[in-house]
Design a protein around this ligand. Structure first.
Ligand SMILES: O=C(O)CCC(=O)C(=O)O
Ligand SMILES: [Fe+2]
Length: 199
């Protein structure tokens, strides 16, 4: 299935709900959940170290150093599975990526707060290609400034094998999040492919 345009003001968002066949997505989920060296990082919030509500890993080209939420990341090398997925994502999006951030949401209590992927290393108009595997979780988007971008918040259910593409002015004008849920939900793995501009 091709990427379809999600019409939002001051944004360029595309979604392919079935980028990977379900069986391939489930197999990739199982492989990555087992083989990635997942880390439980903490971030500094108001001077206190707080464990992130999810597990993470960072892979990429050696030149793709990155700072994220006050953390500095040295990328781990591409594994064959990650390299194969990168090639598929690059073909689908016609974009080159040199790194991928992996997030493992172990259950409904794991989450990602409101933010934009607007770190300076990503340049002025970051291209973010996000592949989801495993349980379906709700992905929320809301305008950063509702006066400049008058639109209600948006929910996308990101199912296993889906590909979400955000580019152009999206990170400048919109925030996104994966809220906690009290619904019983299994683990979900998300991979955001990024292009770091080496310093
Ligand atoms: O898990 C998701 O769908 C979003 C992940 C995300 O926003 C990020 O890694 O910056
Ligand atoms: Fe993000």
């Amino acid at each position: 299935m091709p990427l379809s345009f999600v019409p939002l003001p001051n944004a360029e968002v595309f979604l392919d709900a079935q980028f990977l066949p379900v069986a391939a997505a489930d197999a990739l989920f199982a492989e990555l959940e087992q083989t990635i060296a997942w880390r439980h990082e903490s971030i500094k919030l108001f001077g206190k170290l707080v464990p992130q509500p999810r597990l993470t890993a960072w892979h990429g080209d050696p030149s793709a150093r990155y700072s994220y939420s006050g953390l500095s990341w040295e990328p781990q090398p591409w594994t064959p599975a990650l390299q194969a997925l990168r090639t598929l994502v690059e073909e689908a999006t016609q974009t080159g990526f040199n790194s991928v951030l992996l997030n493992l949401y172990r259950a409904g209590h794991d989450s990602m707060g409101w933010h934009a992927d607007n770190e300076p290393e990503l340049g002025p108009e970051p291209v973010i290609a996000s592949v989801s595997l495993g349980a379906t979780r709700r992905f929320r988007l809301k305008p950063r400034d509702p006066l400049a971008t008058p639109h209600a918040p948006v929910s996308l259910e990101l199912a296993s094998g889906s590909l979400l593409l955000m580019r152009g002015p999206t990170q400048q004008h919109w925030l996104h999040a994966v809220p906690k849920t009290t619904q019983p939900v299994g683990p979900r793995l998300n991979l955001t492919f990024r292009r770091i501009i080496p310093a």
